[in-house]
Design a protein around this ligand. Structure first.
Ligand SMILES: Nc1ncnc2c1ncn2[C@@H]1O[C@H](COP(=O)(O)OP(=O)(O)O)[C@@H](O)[C@H]1O
Ligand SMILES: [Mg+2]
Length: 370
């Protein structure tokens, strides 16, 4: 059977870099062919953070330049991936680019979400038809524009014999509840912060981007009054559909909480933030999927051993990596956007209205012909 090759480009709310994956979606399969990771330089990170910061003073021209610059970087990551895999651009059906979210505002009036990284540049530079701007079509249909991965999770991870939950721990953590009965509704939503607050806190105190393997958090203690203050936010108790972003669970959000509490050791705060992520994920599973048989973890948070151990302790069911289903946990999101591009190219819808709150299923994204 002829291969049907698609590329997915993903850069999430952690603002760590670009995941570029090459996949074969020919009939009845979803096979990983190759993967390339291109970290953002400190300068690019700083520019993105400056734009995401709600108090920024950047001009429209700074915004336009960053949109082009990211388009160039996404094209470069894609070209590097093709070189590494020795596959020609002409063999690729299409690529799906998520773009970099600089603001996700599903509750404003009118709601909006903004992902940048000019897709015209990507298609022109790579010679590959590019599908991008996936989220805004769902918002236009009355949804939150997120999460968009549940349909892909269903296609890849559904099992007729066990109730599964897929947990993606990126900057924000999101989960998809996949009941074994395929006719039952699928729930999918953001549970709240994944790594974003831990990344912020360690970068303030240790001048590194993240807490490697959760080692620093492991040296601290959970502070119960701090943890309960952190958990005291309406977002956590709100029913789905719901989605959020680092502009909400931000440095300001954390510092406002800390200002009202006694001073703690920095590592105790890191440990408590880790606990917040673990407890909000496990509480969401207990509340909305008490019949779960198995939990599959993906996203960079899986490498945080303190977080993973805590999650395993809180969840009473087997908790494994998506690797057990053949997809490396760092690749699930890139694969999802390659799959979403395929859906769009084939004229198929890919949002699940029950997860985003949209009035109907729609064909996502815009197509930028090569
Ligand atoms: N070895 C590691 N130890 C602890 N945390 C890690 C490790 N590797 C990655 N991470 C975390 O994962 C994040 C990146 O995860 P990723 O899935 O790419 O998120 P996003 O989709 O938001 O970009 C990093 O910012 C960091 O917090
Ligand atoms: Mg990332």
């Amino acid at each position: 059977m002829a291969a049907e090759l698609y590329i997915g480009l993903m850069s999430g709310t952690s603002v760590d870099g670009i995941d570029a994956g090459l996949y074969d979606f020919s009939e009845n399969q979803a096979q990983v062919i190759d993967f390339y990771y291109q970290p953002y330089s400190p300068q690019i990170k700083q520019k993105i953070h400056a734009l995401c910061n709600t108090h920024h003073t950047l001009s429209l021209s700074d915004y336009g330049k960053l949109d082009s610059l990211l388009g160039l970087l996404y094209a470069e990551a894609c070209i590097n991936l093709l070189q590494q895999s020795r596959i020609n651009a002409s063999e690729i059906k299409a690529l799906g680019s998520h773009g970099q979210t600089v603001c996700h505002s599903p509750y404003s009036k009118p709601p909006f979400t903004l992902q940048i990284g000019d897709p015209s540049i990507i298609s022109q530079r790579t010679g590959i038809t590019t599908v991008a701007d996936f989220r805004r079509k769902d918002i236009a249909a009355g949804g939150q524009g997120a999460p968009l991965v549940p349909a892909f999770h269903r296609a890849l991870f559904h099992s007729p014999t066990e109730n599964r939950v897929i947990v993606n721990i990126g900057g924000i953590a999101n989960l998809t509840l996949l009941p074994k009965d395929i006719h039952q509704n699928i729930l999918g939503f953001d549970t709240g912060p994944g790594n974003t607050l831990m990344d912020y806190w360690i970068s303030e105190h240790k001048n590194v981007h993240y807490d490697k393997n959760g080692r620093w958090a492991a040296t601290g203690k959970v502070r119960p009054d701090l943890l309960s203050a952190l958990k005291n936010d309406d977002y956590f108790s709100a029913p789905p559909p719901k989605s959020t972003g680092p502009e909400y669970f931000s440095a300001t959000w954390l510092n406002n909480k800390l200002a009202k509490l006694p001073t703690y050791k920095a590592e105790d705060i890191q440990r408590s933030l880790c606990q917040l992520t673990a407890e909000t994920i496990s509480a969401a599973i207990e509340r909305f999927a008490p019949e779960t048989d198995k939990v599959f973890i993906c996203g960079g948070g899986i490498h945080n051993q303190t977080l993973l151990q805590e999650l395993r302790q809180l969840l009473s069911v087997p908790t494994v990596s998506t690797e057990t289903e053949g997809v490396h946990p760092d690749q699930v999101e890139a694969m999802a956007f390659a799959w979403l591009a395929k859906q769009t190219m084939q004229g198929l819808t890919a949002n699940l209205p029950e997860t985003t709150g949209a009035k109907e299923a729609v064909i996502l994204g815009g197509i930028y012909q090569a």
